[in-house]
Design a protein around this ligand. Structure first.
Ligand SMILES: [Zn+2]
Length: 238
């Protein structure tokens, strides 16, 4: 082997290594881009979507907040996100665990638009009324009327289903507002149902735990028949 041959073989080796390294990086980059495109990284809580039954976050007991933390950007941002998610789903109540944050917060708003979607008969029987936007932080519930009423109820965390659920007729909820001020709300009928539903979320309970099981219904069962089963339930806003 001459010196030139040694030099050539060394160069060949170096160039081969550079070639492999360069293409290995290219391949890794390609694989990364491919993976990111087809399997995007999950977003982090608070989500823009609502977590579904089976997600462990829906089964935790929500943590209470320190009152002095309420004005912090993180919590104010969470409240803003919760309100926007609730609106995007056309929902009228949302608890923080539903957007992946196990903190003791719920919001409620039964707007005129949603109110109008129910027939006058249903509005009357379920004692519905328009509810302006409300925030409850570290809420506590007191039952003020032990009479129970049973009506259909649904939850965005059990998307596509509903069931009859017995609830207390009247309750008092106390807690802190978005500004950290003490608030209390004495409610009956539909509002009391919403409050109990959201309070259950903060204890890691879902309506399926207490529903009248024989009434558990797929909300689009008839459409399934009409479309020959060609229908799907989206797990994101319409
Ligand atoms: Zn719910």
């Amino acid at each position: 082997m001459t010196i030139l041959n040694v030099y050539r073989s060394k160069s060949a080796l170096v160039y081969t290594l550079i070639f492999i390294k360069r293409h290995l990086i290219t391949f890794r980059k390609f694989r990364q881009l491919y993976t990111e495109f087809w399997f995007p990284s999950p977003s982090r809580p608070p989500y823009n979507h609502i977590c579904q039954i089976g997600d462990p976050v829906l089964r935790y007991k929500a943590e209470e907040l320190n009152a002095e933390d309420i004005k912090k950007n993180e919590i104010q941002g969470l409240l803003k996100k919760m309100r926007s998610v609730m609106h995007s789903y056309g929902s009228f109540g949302l608890a923080a665990p539903q957007v992946g944050v196990p903190l003791s917060i719920f919001i409620v708003e039964f707007s005129e638009k949603i109110y109008e979607e129910f027939s006058p008969e249903i509005r009357k029987s379920r004692e519905m009324a328009i509810i302006p936007f409300k925030v409850f932080i570290n809420p506590e519930l007191k039952i003020t009327n032990y009479e129970k009423v049973c009506f259909p109820e649904a939850c965005e965390s059990v998307r596509g289903f509903s069931a009859d659920v017995p609830r207390y007729r009247e309750v008092l909820v106390t807690g802190l507002s978005a500004e950290g001020k003490p608030v209390s709300w004495q409610v009956s009928g539909w509002a009391a149902r919403i409050v109990q539903h959201e309070m259950d979320h903060l204890s890691g309970r879902l309506y399926t735990d207490i529903m009248v099981r024989s009434t558990f219904t797929c909300t689009c069962w008839d459409k399934v028949n009409r479309t020959g089963g060609r229908i799907y339930v989206p797990f994101s806003p319409k």
